[in-house]
Design a protein around this ligand. Structure first.
Ligand code: C5P
Length: 407
């Protein structure tokens, strides 16, 4: 976790308040200072003593708390927070936020805060689907509030549907994301991800086992770091993070065309895709019929997208990936030199394809940097930090050279 400071957890009246207790435990475990503020209705579901024991801090519930010397609990608490998370956020509390009402401690400090506000709605399916709630959620998003969830599932009222608060582990992941340093603020990052599919006929083709997980995690980590992200993706069964500009492609040639179109504006290019090295010459326009004859496919090489981008004059800072099946230290460094790129991330193919976790080794001019086994999102965040550092250095060197040439 990066320099984590203080999270103000607002708990409002809903049965999911019990999940906020578990979330408090996870946040504290993560090293985050948690200050809990509860509404009166929340106290009917879980007692303040539970949150006090879990957070190790006094729980505030009252705008007129006499323990605060200046009688400005709302100002003091909101000033100390780096982020405010309301979880669970009831339909009523969401409506209050929309109107900027301030009739209790939590709503007042939400209004008085300057830090980001995250809201995790929790309510019954009909309440969530009600046009009033939907209007309110849309308005909060327009106001710059981040809405986390809800998700669909079994509800306390016995129904099944949208409105369940996200699980504490998921909320923790969202909070981690929110705390990432904005190392690529304002930068444009172009990423390729997933496999390519090279048609043999109208229904068959040559592809590979890339799941796209590392590429999508990299896109998410770049977004968290403040970048504008274009993700050129082969066919995968993943949902692209919101705010990413997704360009879906099938073949390597389509991926190449999409990259060529977007690369002019990019500051950084990260080739995570497993691009097929060959395509089928003249794929059949009809489904090929079975016969007893042998079938020969003629394959022609595909363009190397990464090599193309790396060779562009004034092109973006380039990062490659290499999945090797053996001896990857040797092969990876050779690949980095062949492709003339400043950074290459390598792993063992059998260790990563389709998996949620992996190990990476980064190769750059200063040497070898192993990133131990971790979920791909964790690796992606470490990779993005490394990229941001090298990118900043490369810009300083480029500027220096420009200045020297101009003298
Ligand atoms: O040479 P190899 O395929 O192992 O290199 C892998 C790296 O090159 C990855 O970053 C991949 O996205 C990129 N690549 C590419 N176009 C190709 C082949 C690989 O961009 N045709």
């Amino acid at each position: 976790m990066t320099q984590t400071k203080c999270l103000l957890l607002g708990v409002t009246g809903g049965i999911a308040a019990y999940k906020a207790a578990e979330l408090t435990r996870l946040l504290v475990q993560e090293g985050i200072e948690v200050q809990v503020v509860m509404t009166e209705a929340a106290c009917r579901f879980v007692g303040p003593a539970t949150f006090q024991a879990l957070s190790g801090n006094t729980v505030y519930t009252d705008l007129w708390d006499a323990r605060i010397a200046n009688n400005m609990a709302h100002i003091d608490l909101s000033r100390e927070a780096d982020v405010v998370l309301v979880a669970p956020a009831s339909a009523d509390f969401i409506a209050k936020l929309v109107h900027g009402r301030a009739d209790d401690l939590l709503s007042t400090l939400c209004l008085a805060r300057e830090c980001p506000l995250l809201v995790a709605p929790a309510m019954n399916r009909q309440m969530w689907e009600n046009p009033a709630t939907q209007r309110n959620i849309a308005q909060l998003e327009r106001d710059g509030v981040t809405i986390l969830g809800p998700e669909s599932g079994e509800q306390a009222c016995g129904e099944t549907g949208m409105g369940r608060m996200l699980e504490p582990e998921t909320l923790l992941e969202d909070i981690r994301a929110n705390f990432q340093p904005r190392l690529l603020q304002g930068k444009r990052v172009l990423i390729t991800a997933g496999p390519t599919f090279e048609a043999i006929d109208t229904v068959r083709g040559i592809t590979n086992l890339s799941s796209g997980k590392m590429g999508y995690a990299t896109a998410r980590a770049a977004l968290e770091a403040g970048a504008e992200v274009i993700l050129v993706s082969g066919s995968v069964s993943l949902t692209a993070p919101a705010r990413v500009k997704l360009v879906s492609v099938t073949s390597a040639q389509e991926m190449f065309a999409a990259v060529r179109q977007a690369v002019g504006d990019a500051d950084i290019f990260i080739g995570v895709a497993a691009v097929a090295d060959y395509h089928v010459v003249n794929p059949s326009k009809q489904k090929i019929k079975k016969s007893s004859q042998s079938l020969n496919l003629q394959l022609a090489p595909n363009p190397d997208i990464l090599e193309y981008v790396a060779s562009l004059p004034d092109g973006p800072f380039c990062v490659g990936f290499a999945a090797e099946s053996e001896n990857f230290h040797q092969h990876a460094e050779q690949k980095r030199r062949d492709k003339k790129i400043p950074l290459l991330a390598a792993n063992l193919v059998q260790d990563t394809l389709g998996k949620d976790e992996s190990e990476l080794v980064l190769f750059d001019d200063s040497g070898v940097h192993p990133l131990p086994r971790a979920p791909k999102i964790t690796l992606a965040r470490q990779l993005i930090r490394h990229i941001a550092e090298l990118y900043a250095k490369s810009r300083t060197v480029a500027q220096f050279k420009k200045n020297q040439a101009g003298k």
